[in-house]
Design a protein around this ligand. Structure first.
Ligand SMILES: C[S@@+](CC[C@H](N)C(=O)[O-])C[C@H]1O[C@@H](n2cnc3c(N)ncnc32)[C@H](O)[C@@H]1O
Length: 244
């Protein structure tokens, strides 16, 4: 299927989610920045219902784990049929299985994935999926953290939302992305707005001074102080060294 270009001529970034619960989408991706960008065709969203590839009258997609044990496992043949179908329209997108044992999703992976054509995401359910389809379709496994969700759909939304806000034209002022947590290998400095005084708490004087050089220096020092206290592991990263 041809993909109509965005208003600046770029093809839209395309997210395809293979799921047993297509009704969960677009869900939160339809509102705010991601939703506006979806309406503006900066990105597109397609769901592929794994159930349609299920076997027999009851469209069975899972079976008992080989070797016994609790729960059910999504079948390799069913998943492969769904993936191969989705691949027809998405020959180039990286195929990712959302999985608690995958590599940890972070800002640098989001930058890498947002720079590509889009994502083909497989959301697991039950106890997970047959290992052979992970190998047979050369899937990359990605985790959103060290905890177990009921299914991969929320994790898919996390990847999509994070990538979409990095696409050109999604965040109004691109400079605000430069200042965000992780972009410079640092956590973001504290933010303040109105009112000038709230419950006896004031805004740091320097932010009201109008002196842009001093404000820049204060923010950088605060970002470094917060990062050192909360996430010292980030300070050794090449990005944080560049900025210090
Ligand atoms: C109940 S979980 C299966 C957990 C699996 N039995 C295990 O112990 O690793 C069902 C599905 O949710 C998704 N999922 C759960 N936690 C996740 C996480 N932290 N990151 C990404 N996907 C996750 C995966 O697609 C997984 O196949």
């Amino acid at each position: 299927m041809p993909h109509s270009p965005t208003s600046d001529g770029r093809p839209p970034w395309r997210a395809t989610v293979l799921t047993l619960f297509p009704e969960m989408f677009p869900g939160p991706l339809a509102v705010s920045l991601a939703g506006q960008a979806l309406d503006a065709a900066i990105w597109t969203l397609r769901t592929v219902s794994i159930r349609e590839f299920g076997l027999g009258k009851h469209r069975v997609v899972d079976d008992a784990p080989a070797g016994g044990g609790a729960g059910m496992v999504m079948r390799a043949d069913v998943l492969a049929a769904a993936i191969d179908h989705a691949r027809i329209e998405e020959p180039d997108a990286p195929l990712i299985f959302l999985s608690p044992r995958g590599e940890r999703f972070d800002h640098s992976l989001a930058v890498e994935l947002a720079a590509g054509p889009g994502l083909l995401l497989l959301a697991g359910r039950y106890e997970g999926i047959d290992e052979r389809v992970i190998e047979g379709r050369a899937m990359r496994e990605v985790s959103i953290g060290d905890y177990v969700l009921s299914g991969g759909e929320l994790a898919a939304m996390v990847l999509i939302d994070t990538c979409v806000r990095l696409l050109p034209g999604v965040v109004g002022a691109p400079a605000s992305l430069d200042q965000e947590s992780f972009e410079a290998g640092l956590l973001e400095y504290p933010q303040y707005s109105k009112p000038r005084e709230w419950e006896g708490r004031t805004i740091p004087e320097v932010l009201l001074s109008g002196d842009h050089k001093k404000i820049f220096e204060w923010r950088r020092a605060e970002a470094q102080r917060l990062t050192a206290r909360r996430r010292p592991d980030l300070l050794g990263s090449p990005k944080s060294r560049e900025k210090s």
